[in-house]
Design a protein. Structure first.
Length: 710
């Protein structure tokens, strides 16, 4: 174990003329006062679990916390059975000496601290599997050494004054962060980095820039991360500037987890936000307006095209074949839009489709079909729902999904032309303008449009109404199928195994707030565990109300009351007093928003993908329970996290900003792969339009136990 003799032998403190005597004395006292051994006198000491070298040389700014930090790491070693040697002597960076350590820690090092020969020895050490631990100013080190920057992931750029800040802990499974709350408040010196390392490293936690003055990384601000670098294990934390940090239990546990994982003493999966760790394979190219997909239990994938084709991708042959065709209306946003497999599909071959049948009347239909011999049997159609719509209109939605309880959920759009309302609330009540009034649909309790419907299909082709929908069967002027209302264009939604509903609602187009009309347009990602009114067309986003605008006179009335909305339009056949509007869980406009930098800026089309399973998936454990959202217009996928109370925590990029062109459906396969339908660069055609599979390129690593590298 480490001793005072080792302290001097490694020439780490006493020989440093830059270190004030006060710091030396403080460090020596911490070491001297700590229990040096727990074994009885004369007993043989146990072999250390592993050894680390703490390197604290500085060639630029020197942190006053270094002696206290060294002493704290030594104490961690004594308490947790590993050996610590500390030095500022760069001549010890030889292959022979470094080989005796399982990991090397750069603890608030600064500037150019190794010569070319020493750098070469360190590179060979890392390449041979030695671990690296970087603490705080380790990022302010060796700017002219490319290998060091590649290993660490980025370099320090600047920092504001020291202050309290809020950290968002995304990885609640890594040993260095598993003990932390989702939001961690603490005082430190907060670094800006030259580049965002996300995509090259696995980000463990980020700094909430809204809690700090003077930070400038655009909202996504990694502050601690890890990575597999060849056969080496790298861990870095930007925390640890102050002396007080090294007496803070939560920080010390954070540091201990980094030490133990970098040394290989305990396992850690650091693949999560490293994009090269995922395979993205186009398995079925050249699709024509692909709309919705459904992975089957046997590994095949069924998907539909707007023009009416039902296709199947075969995992054995890799071929895609047409297994059925429907005659559909394709005016406006209509067509064959949605597909879901019966929960007992493997046994009964039943599928459910959402489509607009060709001919009259103009409707959207939810029907059940059966596959016979792997082909769609048109004669097997059983119609469950018929939803009236407008011939050449808009906002159809059309997603289908089964919950774990066997209930079928159906999304429908408000079927209302948005353009005459100039991107604000379409509430035109003039006679003859009903197609411009979303009060006849989305806020009409007696209409199935602008809703999420929930029904329980029965074997005889009928359906029951589950308990807990928004309106009870038989309630006057309501439809009992309604689970969520007040939606504009809920194009994609998901229901997880716990019954939590996530909805992506594509919002209105007003580019700015208008005091005479209402708020600018935003897209919404919503989350609910119960039946709800989301407020459209009276409220949008975080319950920002529109004004009661008179399209005949051009005058604005009072703002709508989001807490007690009233639908008094002559175009509505439902009840007047509506359930209170729920504020959006997440919302974002055309412009970049600092709180959600990963969503980017530009056109928007928010969509809700699957919730990754809590256990049993093929993705790294980091993604267990994560909600995957995406934006069709911006071509981006996101991981979205909530805290223990279900409140929104953070939205991070997944696979970078150019992984897909226009993802239009994302679903989870039985093996834990993500399946993505992409509209492609040409908006519905071309070789890159089709079915993609996303999965890790390797299984999760097994835990390892380190031994000294002698």
């Amino acid at each position: 174990m480490f001793s005072l003799r080792t302290l001097f032998a490694e020439r780490c403190l006493w020989s440093n003329p830059a270190m004030p005597i006060r710091r030396i004395v403080l460090a020596l006292l911490i070491v001297a006062l700590a229990p040096l051994a727990s074994a009885p006198a004369g007993a043989q000491a146990e072999s250390p679990r592993f050894r680390i070298l703490v390197f604290t040389k500085t060639a630029a700014f020197r942190h006053s916390s270094i002696p206290v930090a060294v002493a704290a790491v030594q104490q961690l070693g004594r308490d947790n059975g590993f050996d610590v040697a500390a030095t500022e002597d760069a001549t010890l960076f030889t292959e022979q000496h470094l080989a005796t350590f399982d990991a090397v820690m750069f603890l608030s090092t600064t500037g150019d601290i190794l010569n070319a020969r020493q750098q070469g020895a360190f590179e060979r050490y890392i390449q041979s599997g030695g671990g690296f631990i970087g603490v705080h100013a380790a990022a302010d080190t060796e700017y002219d050494w490319p290998f060091y920057g590649r290993m660490l992931g980025t370099w320090f750029d600047s920092h504001p004054r020291r202050q309290n800040g809020r950290l968002v802990v995304a990885d609640r499974s890594h040993p260095s962060t598993a003990h932390l709350p989702a939001r961690w408040e603490r005082y430190d010196e907060w670094y800006n980095f030259r580049a965002n390392p996300r995509g090259k490293v696995h980000v463990l936690m980020t700094l909430d820039e809204r809690s700090i003055e003077g930070v400038k990384m655009g909202g996504d601000h990694p502050i601690a991360w890890c990575r597999d670098f060849g056969s080496s294990r790298v861990w870095y934390t930007g925390l640890g500037h102050t002396e007080e940090s090294y007496a803070e239990p939560a920080f010390l546990r954070h540091l201990l987890g980094g030490i133990e994982t970098a040394a290989g003493a305990i396992g850690a999966d650091c693949r999560g936000t490293v994009w090269k760790n995922f395979e993205r394979d186009l398995v079925s190219p050249d699709a024509v307006e692909p709309m919705s997909l459904a992975p089957a239990p046997d590994g095949s994938v069924l998907f539909v095209e707007r023009g009416g084709a039902l296709k199947r991708w075969d995992p054995t042959s890799g071929a895609t074949s047409v297994i059925g065709t429907l005659a559909v209306r394709t005016s406006g946003e209509h067509g064959l839009l949605g597909i879901a497999l019966d929960p007992a599909f493997a046994a009964n071959g039943r599928i459910f489709l959402f489509y607009a049948p060709k001919g009259t009347p103009v409707i959207n239909r939810v029907s059940r079909f059966t596959l016979e011999g792997g082909e769609l049997d048109p004669a097997s159609e059983v119609v469950l729902l018929e939803i009236p719509t407008e011939k050449g209109c808009c906002h159809v939605a059309g997603s289908l999904a089964f919950g774990a309880d066997g209930n079928l959920y159906v999304s429908t759009g408000d079927a209302t032309k948005p353009f005459p309302a100039q991107g604000y609330a379409p509430i035109d009540e003039r006679p003859g303008y009903a197609e411009l009034d979303a009060q006849r649909t989305a806020s009409n309790t007696n209409d199935l449009r602008g809703k999420i419907l929930r029904i329980r299909p029965l074997d005889d082709g009928m359906y029951d109404i589950p308990e807990g929908n928004l309106f009870a069967p038989g309630a006057p002027n309501t439809r009992p199928e309604i689970y969520a209302m007040g939606l504009r264009n809920p194009f994609r939604f998901t229901v997880d195994d716990a019954g939590v509903l996530h909805v992506g609602d594509i919002g209105p187009d007003a580019a700015r707030n208008n005091p005479e009309r209402g708020p600018r347009g935003v897209d919404e990602l919503n989350r609910t565990v119960e039946a709800v009114n989301f407020g459209w067309p009276y409220c949008v986003g975080k319950n920002k109300p529109y004004r009661d605008y008179d399209f005949a006179t051009g005058r604005s009335g009072a703002p709508f009351d989001c807490a007690s909305p009233v639908n008094d339009s002559a175009n509505s056949t439902g009840i007047r007093s509506l359930p209170p509007a729920a504020p959006a869980w997440i919302s974002y406009p055309y412009k970049q928003t600092p709180r959600l930098p990963a969503v980017g800026r530009g056109p928007r089309a928010a969509m809700a993908g699957p919730v990754y399973p809590a256990t049993g998936g093929s993705f790294p454990e980091y993604y267990d329970g994560v909600f995957f959202a995406y934006d069709w217009a911006r071509g981006r996928l996101f991981e979205v996290r909530h805290d223990e109370a279900g409140d929104f925590l953070v939205l991070n990029a997944f696979l970078g900003s150019r992984a897909f062109r226009h993802p239009i459906d994302v679903e989870l396969g039985a093996d834990g792969s993500l399946w993505v339908l992409d509209f492609g660069k040409r908006y519905g055609s071309g070789p890159d339009a089709g079915l993609y599979r996303v999965r890790p390129d390797a299984p999760s690593p097994a835990p390892s136990v380190a031994t000294a590298r002698t």
